[in-house]
Design a protein around this ligand. Structure first.
Ligand code: ZN
Length: 264
């Protein structure tokens, strides 16, 4: 039997994001649950994309440690990449924190549980820090969102903002990449022109998904601080200050979504 992965067009071909999306959809079509589909996408990425996505998953052993019965489990209370929503958390590039034993990891991941986000899909704007096939990257991002159908997306970018007098974005963040990824195929991205990172308008945009033969959904895109701020002494002098500032933004955004999760 042919390995289905080998049929997926790679960077040597002129495949478009639409081609990749179609093939990735076929790859996961027979898996009934969201979690199984995400797992299959992750298997594909682990095989084909060096350094793709890296998150702790409390139900699985660490893929970087020896696989023994007593092997390392990064048990930080979240589902990570196989989180099925309804929230999606988008960071920049995969974490280089292989075993999640740093103070930052030990602070950040449990915070998500505290705010009802333990089952959020964790993903990155750039699947890998090493590999950059833009079309495949866009398709992978789109397929994850198509599978999860999030009700809200939190993007860790407090730098980008829409230009006042023309189209496009100012600042140096990756929100423009998210707009670009979710601006074609069955997706469209409506920019909230009044959005500013530190202003009362916390919704940066709205994503609409419409596949006339399958389904439609839409969700708001909101911005939060990147988790590395939790270990950045320019962000706050003490860890307590940093956590408080990070939480304050997340709480404000959760309230602004109109359907905040129930806190534990
Ligand atoms: Zn490990």
């Amino acid at each position: 039997m042919m390995n289905p992965n080998s049929e997926i067009p790679r960077s040597t071909t002129a495949a478009t994001a639409d081609d990749f999306r179609k093939r990735l959809r076929e790859l996961i079509a027979d898996y009934p649950s969201k979690e199984e589909k995400l797992r299959k996408l992750r298997d594909y990425a682990r095989k084909n994309v060096p350094g793709a996505w890296h998150y702790p998953d409390d139900r699985e052993p660490c893929s970087y440690c020896p696989q023994t019965a007593t092997g390392h489990r990064p048990n930080l209370g979240i589902r990570g990449y196989v989180g099925t929503g309804p929230y999606a958390l988008v960071s920049h590039v995969p974490s280089g924190d292989v075993h999640f034993k740093s103070d930052q990891a030990q602070t950040y991941w449990p915070l998500l549980g505290k705010f009802g986000l333990s089952n959020a899909l964790q993903t990155d704007a750039f699947n890998s820090a090493k590999w950059m096939n833009r079309e495949e990257q866009q398709a992978l991002f789109q397929i994850q969102i198509e599978v999860v159908e999030p009700t809200t997306m939190f993007v860790m970018d407090m730098h980008s903002y829409p230009r006042r007098r023309s189209d496009g974005w100012a600042g140096i963040g990756f929100l423009p990449t998210i707009e670009d990824y979710l601006g074609s195929g069955p997706f469209s991205f409506e920019v909230q022109r009044q959005y500013r990172p530190q202003a009362p308008v916390m919704r940066a945009g709205t994503v609409n998904y419409l596949d006339p033969e399958a389904k439609s959904f839409s969700f708001g895109v909101f911005t939060i601080y990147h988790y590395t701020k939790l270990a950045d002494d320019r962000f706050g002098r003490t860890k307590e200050e940093r956590v408080a500032k990070w939480e304050e933004r997340l709480l404000a955004v959760l309230a602004a979504t109109g359907s905040p999760p129930v806190l534990a």
